[in-house]
Design a protein around this ligand. Structure first.
Ligand code: NAD
Length: 418
């Protein structure tokens, strides 16, 4: 499939401008929200295993802190750019606001190729980056988390570095940590669980029973696997899943555990069961009740939107649908639960992790899951009400709800110094 990567910052600003127009916001307020509160660019010199010194570039963008400390992941990728990091931090502002957790948006990144680095090099890169951004982060200031090619171990190094500099253990400096050092139960499954809850709530609105609903999932990683597992526990039939190597399809439904086991041995879902193989392109066009894109951005475009055969799309991935495709899906009456709501489960449980760290009191998984359920069901209802009141798509409704909350906080706090 031909894939054109848009300028993410332009896209983020366009979404802001569109929602601001519906709300008839003041130009000054829009200008205020178009740019981040603060951006830090740092050099990150690392001693490589061969003894040489390599200098990497890192960023941290803090988009808008009116609702609370900045929150957002750190990605390690060769194509990280400052513009991308700023756009992602803006999206985090909306994501936190739409589910009404008391954070502003942040995001960080380092231009590097983690696949070509050893564990030791990655540890030194992480610790040096942490010391470089240390003046702007903190448990009450800016709380990083994992993103593309960073993981719980990366968070453990950040937590340890920060704690060593300050002289005592501060688990609330990052979320997505291993449970043994202050991570939360239920965090690993939380994004997929949220995507499943969002799909279930949309199904209720359309009068579709989740039991026996046909579900197609692109991407069988953290988000895709957990969404599949939870939906199948609720009785849904997972008829197709895929990964970067291709997909499998069975109209009778797949055994999610068996597929996961096969993937853990072979590295792919392909060949997991005696069933049809299917390409990622064809998989998106299968007839089903619920389609969950949980892999990449921009996979539903104007080229395939009129062939999507799902009643509901619950966006596990960030940005899987282009604006052109959005319009086509809307015209065709397909219910899209937008990414900032459908994959917010991760940041909600990150918030729970932070609350537990600050209180030094840890919850069981059952409590985490039931609190997550409450937050997402409430947020879904709020977005749906705005969708009806303003007669807009769910994506626009989510953006309008988020923007209203951020602007209200901005107005209440006012400007100082003048
Ligand atoms: P992951 O790396 O665990 O899994 C990604 C899956 O997508 C893998 O199965 C991979 O094989 C598959 N994939 C890669 N290229 C593909 C292709 N061309 N076609 C089909 N499948 C392909 O990642 P993840 O954590 O599950 O994240 C998936 C998406 O969800 C990303 O867009 C991510 O930004 C978003 N997201 C994740 C979280 C989280 O908490 N993990 C939170 C919010 C959003």
């Amino acid at each position: 499939m031909e894939r054109i990567k848009r300028n993410p910052y332009e896209m983020a600003v366009k979404q802001l401008e569109d929602a601001a127009e519906v709300l008839k916001l003041d130009r000054g307020v829009v200008d205020y929200l178009k740019v981040p509160d603060r951006v830090l660019q740092v050099k990150v010199p690392v001693k490589m295993d061969d003894g040489s010194i390599k200098v990497f570039t890192g960023f941290r963008s803090q988009h808008c802190g009116v609702r609370g400390p900045y929150k957002g992941g750190i990605r390690y990728h060769p194509e990280v750019t400052l513009e991308e990091v700023i756009a992602l931090s803006m999206w985090m502002t909306w994501k936190c606001a739409v589910v009404n957790i008391p954070y502003g948006g942040g995001k960080g990144g380092i231009i590097c190729d983690p696949k070509k680095m050893s564990e030791g090099e990655l540890e030194r890169l992480t610790r040096r980056y942490t010391t470089a951004i240390l003046p702007v982060i903190g448990p009450d200031r800016d709380i990083p988390a994992p993103d593309v090619y960073t993981n719980p171990q990366t968070m453990a190094w950040i937590m340890d570095t920060y704690s060593n500099v300050l002289g005592y253990t501060i688990p609330g400096i990052v979320t997505g940590k291993p449970v043994e050092i202050g991570g939360s139960e239920g965090r690993t499954a939380s994004t997929g669980r949220g995507t499943a809850i969002a799909a279930r709530e949309a199904a209720k609105k359309l009068g579709i029973e989740i039991k026996n609903a046909k579900v197609v999932i692109q991407g069988f990683g953290n988000v895709g696997y957990h969404a599949a597992k939870i939906l199948s526990e609720w009785g849904a039939k997972i008829i197709a899943v895929s990964d970067s190597k291709g997909g499998i399809y069975s109209d009778d439904g797949l055994d999610v555990d068996r597929v996961a086991e096969h993937k853990s041995y072979t590295g792919s879902v392909k060949g997991a069961e005696k069933c049809e193989e299917i390409s990622n392109e064809k998989l998106l066009e299968l007839e089903c009740d619920i389609l969950i894109p949980a892999a990449l951005e921009e996979v539903i475009t104007e080229k395939n939107a009129d062939r999507i055969n799902a009643k509901i799309i619950s966006e596990g991935a960030n940005g899987p649908t282009t604006p052109e495709a959005d319009r086509i899906l809307e015209e065709r009456g397909i219910f899209v639960v937008p990414d900032i709501l459908a994959n917010a489960g991760g940041v909600v449980v990150s918030y729970f992790e932070w609350v537990q760290d600050l209180n030094r009191y840890f919850w069981g998984e059952e409590r985490v899951n039931s609190e997550l359920e409450k937050v997402l069901v409430r947020s879904f209802k709020e977005v749906y009400t705005i969708k009806e009141d303003y007669d807009v798509s769910s994506r626009d409704a989510a953006m309008i709800l988020a923007l209203k909350r951020v602007v209200r906080a901005f107005e209440l706090r006012g400007l100082w110094p003048q």
